[in-house]
Design a protein around this ligand. Structure first.
Ligand code: NAP
Length: 316
């Protein structure tokens, strides 16, 4: 299927938000490849979702070395998509990847060593058929590797031209403060922090991460903004057969307690009173918080993405 992007893709209501005090604008809604883009998933559907996204101004795709399953296969899907659809639009796309979780066997395939970070990005670029990523993250804080080692690897990756910007994900407050200073001194400023912020999990707010980022003028992107689907109408009346919760892996049915269901139903009624859906209310709530640049949604269908995009157009 040959693809030509819609002419009016930047006139569909997407907002672009400056990421901290950098030169980069990110779409208020970005698309993540954690689920639904692996080797086990339909490539046809991956195409439909990414085409729809790009046609509606979602120019930021977020990946990591081990997204799949199997590990690495979401990046391979991105590589196929580059070849089949997006090569002519490379300069309109902002593509990120990460290293930090288990990726390959042995002592060099996990955590935050220079050895792992450098090798992992080289592998990611091959899988994605890219010369460089726009953004490369340390996917998690490593308590056993000196922070200087991980951060210097990020600096050197930028100097080698393999990434344009760097980010960190899920780092604790004091380590984040250290990273901001270290990277600023090295003239490779921290572009963005990726953390989980949603109506059910306010940790980055409670822990002072958002205050720090606002003060230091660093961007924030919220992953799992819909709490993996809990903050939508997906589970209000049972657990659908084709849902993430049915797979009982990252989202377990034991989480869906009576108390949580009650809370979700109350929020759903509140949203309806305002003429919104629960998903729209949840995304808008995040976008209204300080330091937030973008919400990083997942979607298993074009219809879900379409519904989630309404959260932005309502804002304007
Ligand atoms: N840095 C990190 O450590 C980290 C961790 C996790 C995620 N991430 C990033 O964040 C991205 C998003 O994470 P996520 O997929 O958990 O995000 P999410 O947006 O909270 O959840 C997406 C899931 O919610 C359901 N959904 C979405 N919109 C819906 C709608 N309108 N109506 C009903 N159901 C809807 C779908 O589940 P069904 O499959 O059931 O249809 C969809 O797959 C990832 O792809 C990844 O890029 C990063």
């Amino acid at each position: 299927m040959s693809y030509t992007a819609l002419e009016d893709r930047y006139e569909n209501g997407m907002r672009y938000v400056r990421c901290g005090n950098s030169g980069v604008l990110l779409p208020a809604v970005s698309l993540g490849f954690w689920h639904n883009f692996g080797g086990v998933d339909s490539y046809q559907r991956s195409m439909e979702i990414t085409h729809y996204a790009f046609d509606h101004g979602i120019v930021h795709f977020d990946l990591a070395n081990n997204y799949g399953p199997p590990y690495g296969s979401a990046e391979e899907t991105m590589g196929r998509l580059m070849d089949d659809s997006f090569r002519p639009y490379r300069d309109e796309l902002f593509i990120s990847s990460k290293a930090g979780y288990d990726m390959w066997q042995g002592p060099y395939g996990n955590w935050g060593s220079r050895k792992y970070m450098m090798a992992s990005l080289d592998q990611s670029l091959k899988r994605m058929h890219l010369d460089y990523v726009d953004l490369f993250y340390s996917h998690r804080y490593d308590p056993d590797t000196p922070l200087e080692e991980t951060l210097q690897a990020l600096v050197d990756i930028v100097r080698q031209g393999k990434a344009l910007y760097v980010g960190i994900s899920r780092w604790p407050l004091e380590a984040t403060r250290f990273a901001i200073e270290y990277l600023r001194d090295a003239h490779v400023p921290l572009l963005i922090y990726q953390g989980r912020l949603n109506m059910l999990d306010r940790a980055p707010m409670d822990e002072g991460i958002l205050d720090l980022l606002e003060q230091e003028k660093v961007g924030f992107i919220s992953f799992s903004p819909l709490a993996q689907g809990l903050l939508t109408d997906r589970y209000l009346n049972g657990i659908p057969q084709d849902s993430r919760m049915r797979r009982e892996h990252f989202l377990k049915s034991s989480m869906l307690t009576d108390a949580l269901l009650h809370k979700l139903r109350t929020w759903n009624s509140e949203a309806q009173t305002k003429g919104q859906t629960l998903a729209e209310m949840a995304l808008r709530w995040i976008l209204q918080q300080k330091a937030v640049t973008s919400v990083l949604v997942g979607a298993s269908s074009v219809q879900q993405l379409d519904k989630n995009l309404k959260a932005i157009t309502l804002d304007s």
